[in-house]
Write a protein that binds this ligand. Structure first.
Ligand code: ADP
Ligand code: 5GP
Length: 207
């Protein structure tokens, strides 16, 4: 049986460690493809165009929307973020599990279009640790950090839309847990409809 890829949505508060986690997941296992989003936000020091994001001007982003080049997009803290369509569709068709590190509005749009998508939410061990990580990352001003903490309080209201939460306390433990959840998700009946139907047909033939 050919392995079918699934779309894996990883959301979580800014600073929870999503980026660090998915980078480690892709390094440790070879069945994952990480989608690179487009955004209108400015690159942070050390970020490279085409690696962390495709950094676009607002007009370029709106052009992508008009061409149906994104499978979802959302506005987050005054910037656009969106998932390019071509890469995701190609990787899925090649049997890879495709990881989208996106926020909740996008996650819900993905679930509408791809009913097999697996929605995971990364939690920090505590709110104080979340603030410590945002401050420790050193990439945002105090004002932006406060804004992201307020946004986290709003996002916390939507967690029940996800299938699993994972707590990012010890990084390596969390990466292992993410991988196990994804492996288990591959074995649900809903994600194996074709295989189940084939067995049913074969069993009919054996009667
Ligand atoms: P996000 O992508 O969710 O905004 P990042 O991956 O940028 O978060 O992580 C935010 C900060 O927290 C970074 O400085 C990162 O090194 C740190 N971090 C990530 N995971 C852990 C962890 N398990 N323990 C301690 N610090 C962590
Ligand atoms: P950051 O600016 O910290 O890189 O990302 C801000 C938020 O945008 C994070 O919650 C991140 O998951 C989300 N995000 C990144 N790319 C996308 C995307 O393509 N679509 C959506 N909907 N959200 C995204």
């Amino acid at each position: 049986m050919r392995r079918k890829g699934i779309l894996i949505v990883v959301s979580g508060f800014s600073g929870a460690g999503k980026g660090t986690l998915v980078k480690r997941l892709v390094e440790r296992y070879d069945n994952y493809a990480l989608s690179v989003s487009a955004t209108t936000r400015k690159p942070r020091p050390g970020e490279e165009d085409g690696r962390e994001y495709f950094f676009l001007q607002r007009e370029q982003f709106e052009q992508k929307i008009a061409e149906n080049g994104l499978i979802e997009y959302a506005c987050y803290c005054d910037n656009y973020y969106g998932t390019p369509r071509a890469y995701v569709e190609r990787q899925l068709s090649e049997g890879m599990d495709v990881i989208l590190e996106i926020e909740i509005q996008g996650a819900l749009k993905i679930k509408e279009q791809y009913s097999d998508a697996l929605l995971l939410f990364v939690m920090p061990p505590s709110a104080a640790e979340l603030r410590r990580r945002l401050v420790g990352r050193g990439t945002e001003s105090e004002e932006v950090i406060d804004k992201r903490m307020r946004r986290a309080a709003e996002e916390a209201q939507g967690i029940e839309a996800y299938e699993y939460i994972v707590v990012n306390d010890d990084l390596e433990t969390c990466v292992g847990q993410l991988h196990e959840i994804i492996l288990a998700a591959h074995n649900t009946p809903a994600r194996n409809r074709e295989f189940i139907e084939n067995i049913r047909t074969e069993l009919e033939g054996e009667k």
